[in-house]
Design a protein around this ligand. Structure first.
Ligand SMILES: CC(C)(COP(=O)(O)OP(=O)(O)OC[C@H]1O[C@@H](n2cnc3c(N)ncnc32)[C@H](O)[C@@H]1OP(=O)(O)O)[C@@H](O)C(=O)NCCC(=O)NCCS
Length: 173
């Protein structure tokens, strides 16, 4: 029912429209956005989902992953993830994430974090970050800060702030 494709530049306007529709104007005020500003998603890990046949075929979902440093461990932040309202609840979101997480593992990424609803993301293996272990660059409900290891043991060394990768490089120089 859904076909996942690599995001291409021509998908940009439809993705922006879907994200505006899904998250509203508060989209840019979220703490996770601070890790995206001045950062770039991993090009190989940006996806769109299509549904429909022939002239009906259109983009119905999108997902991207962003490079971040997770308490000293290089990793990824998952999201934003959005699916067209009419097609929600049919497996598109899970399919996008399963594809992205499998590709991220193949690319050698070991750890992924996100901010979202724990019961949903538990379906693809995310669990809550223990309180106080990691900090985001702004306020976040601790129950919504989730992680998933792509490599067993990757979380063990992660402790401290979650930052953009270049912030760590700048602080060290
Ligand atoms: C969240 C979202 C991406 C899910 O996409 P989707 O394609 O509808 O999800 P799926 O079809 O893969 O999974 C649906 C299942 O997850 C459940 N689910 C969906 N959102 C959930 C949530 N926030 N919390 C708990 N369960 C949730 C559904 O009830 C459904 O359960 P079922 O299989 O038992 O019927 C979509 O609802 C969306 O775009 N929402 C608005 C944007 C958003 O909130 N993005 C996530 C930011 S944290």
């Amino acid at each position: 029912m859904f076909e996942i494709e690599a995001e291409r530049p021509e998908h940009g306007p439809a993705i922006e429209a879907l994200l505006d529709l899904s998250f509203g104007p508060g989209r840019y005020a979220k703490t996770a956005q601070r890790l995206r500003e001045g950062n770039r998603p991993v090009p190989e890990l940006c996806y769109v989902a299509f549904s429909g046949e022939g002239a009906e075929r259109h983009m119905v979902g999108s997902l991207s992953f962003w490079p971040v440093t997770i308490g000293g461990v290089p990793g990824l932040m998952l999201g934003p993830l959005a699916v067209e309202p009419k097609l929600r609840g049919k497996g598109c979101g899970i399919k996008l994430m399963e594809k992205g997480l499998a590709d991220a593992k193949k690319l050698g990424y070991r750890l992924v974090i996100l901010v979202g609803d724990a019961p949903y993301y538990a379906r693809v293996g995310f669990g809550p970050v223990p309180p106080g272990r990691l900090t985001m660059p702004g306020p976040v409900d601790p129950a919504r800060l989730l992680y998933r290891e792509l490599d067993i043991g990757a979380f063990a060394r992660a402790k401290g702030p979650i930052t953009k990768p270049q912030e760590v490089a700048q602080a060290a120089s």
